[in-house]
Design a protein around this ligand. Structure first.
Ligand SMILES: [Zn+2]
Length: 101
């Protein structure tokens, strides 16, 4: 029954036209990344992690600028970055506004 390897589908990258597994060896890996994240995340799971970290950074800085913080962070990296900002915020909140008048 298993004499034909039909079930094995090679996924070709539409960016560099190499099989998705070989994109990282190709000349356009940087350009391939978005395509790979969409179409072959199982081959390059670390790309998803990279993206998520970047997205998380973006979101957390947005949250900080708005003054909201959920306090729920899955990445410890993000926490380390966030701590100094919270300290600054607390300083600002605890110290009465300095009168410059
Ligand atoms: Zn590619």
């Amino acid at each position: 029954m298993a004499d034909k390897p039909e079930a094995v589908q090679v996924l070709y990258c539409s960016v560099c036209s190499l099989p998705a597994e070989y994109c990282e060896f190709g000349p356009h890996f940087e350009k391939c990344k978005p395509w790979l994240i969409k179409n072959a995340p199982q081959i390059y799971p670390h790309l998803l992690t990279e993206t998520n970290e970047k997205e998380a950074d973006k979101v957390s800085s947005q949250l900080q600028s708005v003054g909201l913080s959920s306090g729920e962070t899955s990445s410890s990296k993000e926490e380390v970055k966030r701590l100094p900002d919270i300290a600054i915020l607390q300083q600002l909140l605890s110290s009465p506004s300095v009168s410059n008048e």
